[in-house]
Design a binder for this molecule. Structure first.
Ligand SMILES: Cc1cc2nc3c(=O)[nH]c(=O)nc-3n(C[C@H](O)[C@H](O)[C@H](O)COP(=O)(O)O)c2cc1C
Length: 238
């Protein structure tokens, strides 16, 4: 196993896998390593659905057609989960009030920490993967496919498998642009333009039809997609 820090610095998302199937006991071990992550008040407000069957992968793919889902050995779906909390609160005679941003932050952060742990653990064994958050564009449909009850919502998946090939490590923003001594430092346009160039150079021969900052326009230059919000309302979380 690599030194952990070196391993983490070598991370790249893997979207193309060989046909090798990760043994179930290895998947279980990766998930147990992931579940060791810190979490809010030890409430563990998330669940993980392990998708291995072709049928279930295809059912997800039908709504969010990303090849990594189909080609993965295992596709793990991370669910923000206050269903157990409902049982616990009700059992103790409480008045269950899960709706609101704070609950969403708690469950999303818990799930994200576990997920990243799982991905790092997988990479330590020579496997790889990619997180797939775009399943939130079809939140209600994915909830149905996964059989999610009230007080739960789909966050993202991780497609895991044996890498067919590895991308070059993607350069991050310069350290000083993201990490500040003592107080926040607002960054100007020059910083953005400089990183656009870094990203364009990184893409090299690969076709890119937009710059890094232009891609933010399609994310944040318009109202957000309603799918997540509507589904969260339907599930009693907003
Ligand atoms: C929460 C989350 C959701 C993501 N969703 C997708 C996705 O739907 N499809 C995809 O190809 N990559 C997805 N990614 C991968 C990112 O695009 C990738 O991590 C980022 O571009 C940095 O590249 P790297 O992981 O290779 O360093 C997601 C990453 C995160 C953390």
């Amino acid at each position: 196993m690599d030194n952990v820090i070196d391993l983490m610095k070598k991370h790249t998302s893997v979207r193309n896998f060989t046909e090798e199937v990760i043994p179930d006991e290895v998947i279980k071990d990766l998930i147990e390593a992931g579940r060791a992550a810190s979490n809010w008040k030890n409430f563990q407000s998330y669940s993980i659905i392990v998708v291995k069957s072709k049928e279930q992968k295809e059912a997800i793919y039908e709504h969010q057609p990303q090849k990594s889902i189909i080609n993965s050995s295992h596709y793990l779906v991370f669910v923000g989960d206050l269903k157990r909390a409902e049982t616990a609160v009700t059992m103790n005679g409480g008045d269950f009030q899960p709706a609101g941003v704070e609950s969403l932050l708690i469950s999303s952060i818990d799930a994200a920490l576990a997920a990243e742990n799982i991905l790092v653990a997988a990479e330590s064994l020579g496997y790889g993967g990619v997180m797939v958050g775009l399943i939130r564009d079809q939140s209600a449909e994915i909830s149905d496919v996964m059989g999610l009850p009230d007080y739960t919502y789909p966050l993202f998946g991780i497609a895991l498998g044996k890498p067919a090939r590895l991308n070059e490590v993607k350069p991050r923003l310069p350290y000083e642009t993201v990490v500040f001594p003592e107080k926040y430092v607002v960054q100007d346009e020059e910083v953005i333009k400089a990183y656009d160039k870094v990203q364009t150079d990184y893409a090299g021969q690969r076709r890119v039809d937009s710059t890094w900052s232009e891609r933010m326009v399609s994310q944040w230059g318009q109202p957000e997609l309603k799918s997540s919000t509507e589904n969260l309302k339907a599930k009693g979380l907003l």
